[in-house]
Design a binder for this molecule. Sequence first.
Ligand code: FEO
Ligand code: CA
Ligand code: CA
Ligand code: CA
Length: 623
Amino acid sequence: AKVADRSQAVLNFNSISGSLTDAVSIPSGYTAQVLVPWGTPLNASANVWKNDGTNTSGDQLNALGMHHDGMHFFPLNQQSTDGLLCINHEYIDQQALHPNWEKYAERAKDVRTDIDEIRKEINAHGISVVRIQLENNHWKLIDNDPLNRRYTGATVMDLSGPVAHTELTTTRFSPDGSQARGTLNNCGNGYTPWGTYLTCEENWPGYFTNTGMRTKEQDRIGVSGVGKYLQGRYKWETLAGHDDERLDEFGRFNLAPTGNSSLDDYRNEANGHGYIVEIDPYTKNSRAKKRTALGRFRHEGCTFGKLEAGKPVVFYSGHDSRFEYLYKFESNALWDPTDASPSNRLDIGDKYMDDGTLYVARFNEDSTGTWLPLTLNSLTMSGDTLASQFNSLAEIIVNTAGAADLVGATPMDRPEWSAVDPFTGSVYLTLTNNTKRKDSTNPANPRLNNKFGHIIRWDEGESPTEFNWDIFVFGSPSDGDEKTNRSGLTDLNQFASPDGLAFDARGIMWIQTDNGADEVEQYTNDQMLAVVPSQLLDEDDKQVVISSSNQTELKRFFVGPNGCEVTGFTISPDYKSLFINIQHPDNWPYSDDATEATPSGTEVRPRSSTVVIRREDGGEIGV
Ligand code: FEO
Ligand code: CA
Ligand code: CA
Ligand code: CA
């Protein structure tokens, strides 16, 4: 990168100590407010959140979902104090969601029996869109705002791109294969240059089961249906019974063919899941669209590459599972900057996200990489083309991971979020950990039993199929030996299991962690760190990686309460309000002040929440 292409941001806070409390921890001079915890009503159709788990499925349909994850702030009227927050709800904690769930083991051992209970669980999944405003230094949700809404595990959505309108997606519910119901396990997120939200369907396969014979594709992706996973993750399918309505509502989670054709059953139901889903937050009642061209797998995040007028729009997305791959989608349409403020945003999504080429990454020994296209004429490792195994692009996409196996992609240590440096265009990807890497490393995943994870980065090359990569930082306990602590981390920045990752427009990269290994967790809960990568240079002005000589540039900004993961990142356009999510805390929040610890001996019903960080003097965050 040229010097002119570098961030001028200078981090202006002291790295904070690790923390092990039921409170969040931030640098001095900052405040942290709890905003929109699980169960907060969006409108008058929901009763107030009750501390005993007795809210109904109808309340949950009109209130914030559970387990907040990725999110994005969409300003209204170009304001930094008024906007729409889109929030993912990854999964649920049945113990917190329902009253008396301790008896779960007895009540739900074999089959689920309570319809409202399952509806509530489905409604606690998905996305919330909420209008928020800053007033007197305090963010609040605008109750009953017409743009407030939920997309749940049952909301009707359009399918778009190569898999839509094919026999792979025909179901009783959607005989023409044009629609799917619900979005599940929405973990990471993205957003588009044209003002829409992208939500990523991650661990959806386990929600489905096939009590008959799993297909090759279902086996590859890990749909339930064998051994101890004979039932779906929450056993929703067990409520189907023989009644037609229940079959439609809950039986759809069982993919076993029950009739003569796919129009009689839900064998194709899961083919409507596993995608990047686009939502136009600014348009009420607009249906979400599943962008199938970007591949079908456990999408963690979805990040667009640095935009250039007249060049394709590129999206990156990792498949978060051990030994899975990194993908890139490149649009056929070339970027037209006037598309950044369209009258119909989802039309622009159609233009850039439905037609293009999906690639999977191979990381070579010599710091180069190759993007391998996934098309019918792509060469496989055995010298055939993918056309020898697949009949259509739609078939390739439905079994994206299986096609990627055949072309020789590099198995990674759980690709999570990616982020793009707004100055240099370099792309960063968290590889959270992989304790099952027992006997074969590869250059991009060089540690056996990778408990602590790392962050890899790359620059696109001259052609769409080339890139150059290096490893930016290795997670490690500060007392790890040389082989482990390869980046020279100290007590003030040791971390493990990098997961959430984001750049703000000033060039600051924010790194969030999920389930740090014991060696780090004995010193600190999950956290968020900051660094300005484009300022890390050697004598020749070449960008370098984190090492013992510059590791102080990686600073710990935030530590979450006990038991949580820190995930989701967005910042207001004026950089004065930074939003992150606390997912699955043990015993928090205690009050509106996120830094107030739950007193020992007090037990609160845990609620995932957004936390808004501001500066006491009203200045920009981090600098
Ligand atoms: Fe839901 Fe890959 O974290
Ligand atoms: Ca994650
Ligand atoms: Ca994770
Ligand atoms: Ca999580």
